[in-house]
Design a protein around this ligand. Structure first.
Ligand SMILES: *Cc1c(COP(=O)(O)O)cnc(C)c1O
Length: 232
């Protein structure tokens, strides 16, 4: 094993156990595919990417090398004109960044391009209220979106839950993360009650604030830089 592989193996094991029982999504947006492969060899199978083209290239590399257990999560802002290309990507399992009804309509309109078993959708909620963050702004908008998904009765493309990012530009990272994550949890409970749903999942927590997300019982954390940009 190279030094780099050892380093990544160690980080993956460390973070998998730190976040358990939540699921670790290793975010590979700054990483070359070799690093992703080292993580895969360390039994990390869930990966997140935020650009369609980068995801397409990495997913194709895994196909070319006959590596099948990988599960790709799209986590970035998704433009309507990239939906078709995204849906065609092999081993895509979820989109965490559904931020408008328009995008939902485009996904269901193009759903025949999806060839996997199941695609899980997370609705992104703008809890931080920072201008550049996308996402649904309130519970009414989310209700409209969920209504729309449930009416599709699509056997493959389904509602999974809610995603958020905490405020970044703040001196009070911890306090803001607590505020954003508890708000997402309240919204989840509100929506579960309204739609008689039992198990909406939460996707929240990144390198800086995943410990706080775990306190709020997140199901998925998305961690990139602390795993792949470590210099230990
Ligand atoms: C980059 C990114 C992450 C991971 O962030 P780190 O701080 O590198 O852990 C998580 N979620 C989203 C949506 C991202 O774009």
């Amino acid at each position: 094993m190279s030094g780099r592989q050892l380093e990544i193996t160690k980080k993956i094991r460390e973070y998998q156990s730190l976040v358990a029982p939540a699921n670790l999504i290793a975010v590979t947006k700054y990483s070359p595919v070799e690093d992703v492969y080292f993580a895969y060899e360390a039994m990390q199978f869930d990966f997140g990417e935020n650009r369609v083209l980068d995801l397409k290239e990495k997913a194709q590399w895994f196909v070319d090398h006959n590596l099948k257990n990988v599960r790709w999560h799209f986590i970035g802002h998704l433009q309507s004109n990239k939906v078709k290309e995204l849906l065609k990507i092999p081993h895509l399992v979820s989109i965490h960044s559904i931020d408008s009804i328009k995008l939902l309509e485009e996904i269901y309109h193009r759903s025949h391009y999806f060839e996997g078993e199941e695609l899980k959708l997370f609705l992104q909620v703008n809890t931080s209220k920072e201008d550049e963050k996308s996402g649904f702004e309130n519970v009414d908008e989310l209700k409209t979106a969920i209504d729309y998904i449930l009416k599709q009765k699509n056997a493959k493309i389904k509602l999974a839950g809610l995603m958020t990012m905490a405020t970044i530009r703040t001196a009070e990272v911890e306090k803001e993360a607590n505020r954003c994550f508890s708000e997402l949890r309240n919204i989840k409970e509100n929506l579960e009650h309204h739609f008689h749903l039992k198990d909406l999942q939460l996707s929240m927590g990144m390198s800086n604030d995943f410990k706080i997300a775990l306190k709020h019982h997140t199901n998925f954390v998305r961690i990139g830089s602390s795993i792949f940009q470590s210099h230990t």
